[in-house]
Write a protein that binds this ligand. Structure first.
Ligand code: C2E
Ligand code: CA
Ligand code: CA
Length: 327
């Protein structure tokens, strides 16, 4: 009501049109909430004025998604797309195991959009292969910058969409970027999710072997959230297992989750795999993991949120200095 009246600033009248978009959803469909409200706001052919509008799929087509698909090419050229790096730490030896590259998009209209929003849209519309190529080039260039700046290079993990993992183009792109920036393949790890592997298991086994031969390690991401079939785990020549955050959330309070966590870590170790535990946030979780495992590899806010390329180097230096001082 207040906003309906013009606001007077220095004798000039300012008229504001307001619309409030609302989207409701079942608990398990939360990922659509943001894009549905954006679809209301971006419906260019309807002029809402001082109204509260609930998202209606019959009226509000996905203008937001169309915008993202349209804007992604510009985002790659203009560096609206950027990369953050989250450290993975071997918690007892205090060594840095590597970092994971995580995409962000600073959109001129929508602000910083989370990858959980824009990646599924780009994936559904066949744009993630190009974006992954952009990311590989960006990460290899960054590794070169780190090395040229006299810093130790980290192994950087790149998330690869399932649909791209078995494509020959991915190998071409890796070879090109590695040779362009004169870095070594051992600095790259490819992360694939178990759900994407299971649909094309024979091709995936072949692809993992080829990448391994080339010198890039492969990690199986979000382990435990999909089918977690032991028969394919035995056959895939991966080097790292990443345990999904959902298993650590209620550790150590939940006896069942603690037992599952112990079982998955033991399984990984007995298969001679490195095991990374994702999403560790609290001291209690860390104590549980350190007490039960010799040298758990931790990626989580307990150590650090994802950082930009400059911050991550400073973080690692500070962490290593602190660790030396303590030991
Ligand atoms: P993911 O691959 O499982 O990445 C880990 C996510 O967990 C990241 O979210 C990271 O910021 C978050 N995380 C790490 N530690 C903690 C913690 O202690 N607490 C909490 N609450 N969160 C933590 P982010 O960056 O929002 O990425 C979400 C997902 O988007 C990723 O999940 C991945 O599936 C996808 N993604 C991100 N970057 C890329 C990319 O470059 N390519 C592809 N294909 N997917 C990407
Ligand atoms: Ca990942
Ligand atoms: Ca994950």
């Amino acid at each position: 009501m207040i906003l309906k009246k013009p606001i007077v600033i220095k004798e000039k009248k300012l008229v504001i049109n307001m619309v409030c978009a609302v989207s409701c959803s079942e608990e398990n469909e939360q990922s659509d909430l943001f894009s549905n409200t954006m679809a209301v706001l971006l419906q260019s052919n309807i002029d809402y004025n001082h109204e509260v509008i609930e998202y209606d799929p019959k009226i509000h087509t996905f203008a937001f998604e169309r915008n993202l698909i349209h804007d992604i090419d510009r985002a790659m050229v203009d560096d609206e797309l950027y990369v953050l790096y989250q450290p993975k730490v071997c918690s007892n030896t205090k060594m840095i195991f590597g970092v994971e590259a995580l995409l962000r998009w600073k959109h001129p209209v929508h602000g910083v959009i989370s990858p959980g929003i824009f990646i599924p849209v780009l994936e559904e519309n066949g744009k993630m292969h190009e974006v992954t190529d952009w990311l590989i080039n960006h990460v290899c260039r960054q590794i070169m910058f780190w090395m040229n700046g006299g810093n130790e290079a980290f192994k950087v993990a790149i998330n690869i969409p399932g649909s791209y993992f078995t494509s020959p183009q991915l190998m071409e792109m890796l070879k090109q970027s590695i040779s362009k920036y004169e870095i070594e393949s051992k600095y790259l790890e490819l992360e694939i999710t178990e759900t994407s592997v299971i649909d094309q298991i024979e091709n995936a086994i072949r692809a993992v072997s080829v990448f391994k031969e080339f010198g890039c390690t492969v990690a199986l991401d979000d382990f435990g959230t999909g089918v977690s079939s032991l028969s394919y785990l035995k056959r895939l020549p991966i080097s790292t297992l990443k345990i999904d955050k959902s298993f650590v959330d209620d550790v150590p309070q939940s006896e069942k989750d603690s037992a599952i966590m112990k079982a998955i870590i033991s399984l990984g170790h007995s298969l001679k795999l490195k095991v990374v535990i994702e999403g560790v946030e609290t001291e209690d979780q860390m104590n549980f993991l350190s007490q039960n495992f010799e040298n758990p590899i931790i990626q989580g806010y307990y150590y650090s949120k994802p950082l930009n390329a400059v911050e991550v180097v400073e973080w690692v230096k500070a962490f290593e200095t602190q660790s030396v001082a303590v030991s």
